[in-house]
Design a protein around this ligand. Structure first.
Ligand code: ADP
Ligand code: MG
Length: 319
């Protein structure tokens, strides 16, 4: 009887709690947070802390905000080495490592051409301007100095943009914050980059991959638990002109939008990696992309090719 009383007293403490969810436009995309917290006001404070973190990263790394660190790098790094914060330095360094790993498919200097586009206004560069600026895409022309923490562009006119890696970095930070605030179960997404903490109740989180040609329809659903998934597609920011789809993923070798596939999803532990790799595999295409992911332990890929055919990396095929 006493035990029963004890259980009745303790039970509500463990079971009390609720799902909280919120969404906000940050970093040029929609940031969504869903989490479980035993205390509503703490849960809401955790959500706010994540939004604040995303906004902080945006203010640091946006190429459009003229007070951002990245903005001043683009303005000054071709003139002289620019000293930057440890945080920005480490992310640029990580991007450079991924460039080497992907033989330049991932290249933050894509922005030397990328900035000439305006997808909303349906603006793309002329072939002549594109060719001139394409010559400026080369991650090896970005010089990093570990000791001084400086970045230096070896060519005039060069620009960098972290749009292919920053959102994955942001969802990693978001999950770290949530854990530190006592959250065990959450899903955070920033556009195509998502990270799951724990499960959704007693089941894995279910993540839907968008059908690249049918808005609002899902191509496939994947279970997720304590991992990140990033999807890169040619259907979010694009316009079609004279039969050519101009979208936001640039093939560094040509300066044109990458055209080998329609969508790539990468699964792995860290969002910073899945984000950069989804962009990379989108550029590489099915054959080279799968070869890369199959050579990297603990990463998986799902690709939807030009003919809407699905391709899976070895680890997904094994399931
Ligand atoms: P999303 O931004 O929709 O999540 P991605 O993760 O594929 O999609 O990132 C696309 C972004 O990556 C572009 O908007 C651009 O900022 C950047 N980007 C485009 N091409 C490259 C490239 N070849 N290497 C590195 N970053 C790129
Ligand atoms: Mg990406």
């Amino acid at each position: 009887m006493r035990n029963l009383l004890l259980i009745l007293l303790i039970f509500p403490i463990f079971c009390y709690g609720e799902w909280l969810s919120d969404e906000k436009a940050i970093m040029g995309t929609s940031v969504k947070i869903t989490l479980w917290h035993h205390d509503k006001s703490h849960g809401e404070a955790a959500i706010k802390a994540v939004f604040d973190e995303m906004e902080r990263i945006n203010q640091l790394m946006s190429p459009y905000i003229n007070s951002s660190e990245l903005y001043s790098v683009n303005k000054n790094a071709a003139i002289q080495p620019v000293k930057i914060s440890n945080e920005l330095y480490l992310l640029i360094k990580q991007a450079q490592l991924i460039s080497a790993q992907t033989k330049g498919a991932f290249d933050i200097t894509f922005a030397s051409v990328g900035f000439l586009y305006n997808y909303r206004e349906r603006i793309s560069p002329s072939n002549q301007v594109r060719d001139t600026n394409q010559a400026l895409i080369d991650y090896r022309q970005v010089e990093l100095n570990d000791k001084n923490q400086t970045v230096h562009f070896k060519q005039q006119g060069m620009k960098i943009d972290l749009g292919g890696i920053a959102k994955g970095y942001a969802v990693d930070n978001a999950i770290t914050i949530l854990k530190s605030q006592g959250v065990n179960s959450a899903l955070v997404s920033a556009g195509g980059d998502t990270k799951a903490l724990g499960k959704h109740g007693d089941r894995p989180w279910l993540l839907a991959i968008q059908d690249p040609r049918k808005k609002g329809k899902h191509a496939i659903q994947l279970p997720m638990e304590n991992e990140a998934i990033s999807t890169s597609g040619d259907y979010e920011r694009y316009f079609i002109q004279d039969g050519v789809r101009h979208h936001h993923i640039i093939d560094p070798k040509t300066g044109h939008s990458a055209a080998k596939v329609q969508s790539v999803s990468i699964i792995g532990q860290r969002g910073v990696m899945t984000d950069a790799l989804s962009t990379s595999v989108f550029v590489l295409g099915v054959k080279d992309g799968l070869a890369l992911i199959n050579s990297m332990p603990n990463f998986e890929a799902l690709i939807i090719d030009k003919d809407r055919k699905l391709h899976f990396s070895n680890g997904l095929l094994a399931h």
